[in-house]
Ligand binder design. Structure first.
Ligand code: ADP
Length: 310
């Protein structure tokens, strides 16, 4: 039977406007284009896992508003289950206001996580059975941290493998981190959480040791275009990036995490699952956007076979 993955995390509507330059404070500039789309780390990672073929349930919290309805429509169109979704009658669906400068490719983002910052104890209890019946729990740090700690504790006590993508980076209590089986920061998040600037194998090793010393059992550090560092505490490996033509690297970490957990759920070991995540991340950067850029199982499998054989 397929192993079950629960992703408990954020949904925000990405509201992306592009212009030839950024406005200065107080100024209005005319934009060239505008596009709304589904975003949020929890949602993106759930879409990545689902498209990679994982048996995936998403728990996120939406407002009772138009953006919440758009999110539901999106999951239905994808064919994803919507029974894990929570609703908030008081708070709006989260939104990310993204301004892209077309000349430089730079962006400025303001995220208001809205309903996802108001996950209550009752919300978590309402999804307790779903969490306890999972084989893998994938979480990020884009919901209120008291709820995150509660979700991790329920999973840990039920023997569910807890995978924490500590993004956006914020301090994590030692007792929470000690319940995490696998942590998957990128190099910036690893630096914030361990104080070690990760630039190569030696510094990745030092950062990983800091996580292991705090009770995490296995550590993955995604290194963007340098690939992925991976250790189970005994063996370590630097998995090289797969050469692709990158057009938009936003959401690469989300793709990696979704692909990685799906591979674990299929029985791959930590290192092969990291290779599978590496393929998922690489494919996602070849197309624009976040959730819509997530690759599907057949293309990930094909790239995995071409790159690693087997
Ligand atoms: P984040 O989006 O959290 O910053 P990273 O930039 O570390 O995450 O990317 C996550 C993973 O996606 C990388 O470890 C790698 O597997 C893949 N990836 C990212 N950028 C590229 C790239 N330019 N070419 C190939 N793979 C990439």
């Amino acid at each position: 039977m397929a192993k079950r993955i629960v992703v408990f995390g954020s949904y925000v509507t990405d509201l992306t406007g592009r212009a030839s330059r950024f406005p200065v404070p107080g100024e209005t500039v005319l934009g060239a284009s505008f596009r709304p789309g589904p975003g949020g780390k929890g949602s993106n990672q759930a879409v990545a896992a689902f498209r990679a073929g994982g048996d995936t349930a998403l728990v996120t919290k939406l407002g009772c508003d138009d953006f919440g309805r758009i999110a539901r429509d999106f999951y239905e169109a994808e064919g994803m289950a919507t029974d894990g979704l929570l609703e908030d009658e008081q708070h709006e669906t989260g939104a990310a206001l993204i301004m892209v400068n077309e000349q430089t490719g730079q962006n400025m983002i303001m995220v208001v996580i809205g309903a996802c910052g108001c996950v209550t104890e009752a919300d978590v209890e309402a999804r307790r059975a779903l969490i306890e019946q999972a084989d893998y729990l994938l979480v990020q740090m884009e919901i209120n941290l008291d709820a995150l700690a509660r979700v991790i504790r329920i999973a840990h006590e039920a023997g569910v493998c807890v995978v924490l993508n500590p993004a956006p980076a914020q301090p994590i209590a030692d007792d929470v981190l000690a319940m995490v089986d696998i942590v998957t920061p990128n190099e910036t998040e690893a630096a914030v959480l361990t104080g070690v600037q990760v630039t190569d194998l030696a510094s990745a090793h030092s950062a990983a040791q800091a996580f292991l010393a705090r009770g995490v059992r296995r550590v993955i550090i995604t290194l963007g275009s340098q690939g992925v560092y991976c250790t189970d505490g005994e063996r370590e490996e630097l998995i090289g990036r797969i050469p692709v033509k990158a057009v938009d690297t936003t959401g690469a970490g989300d793709a990696f995490n979704g692909g990685f957990v799906t591979a674990l759920s299929r029985g791959m070991d930590l290192f092969d699952a990291a290779r599978y995540g590496n393929c998922t991340g690489a494919l996602s950067v070849t197309r624009p956007g976040t959730a819509p850029a997530m690759p599907r199982r057949d293309e990930i499998d094909a790239l995995y076979q071409r790159t690693y054989g087997g």
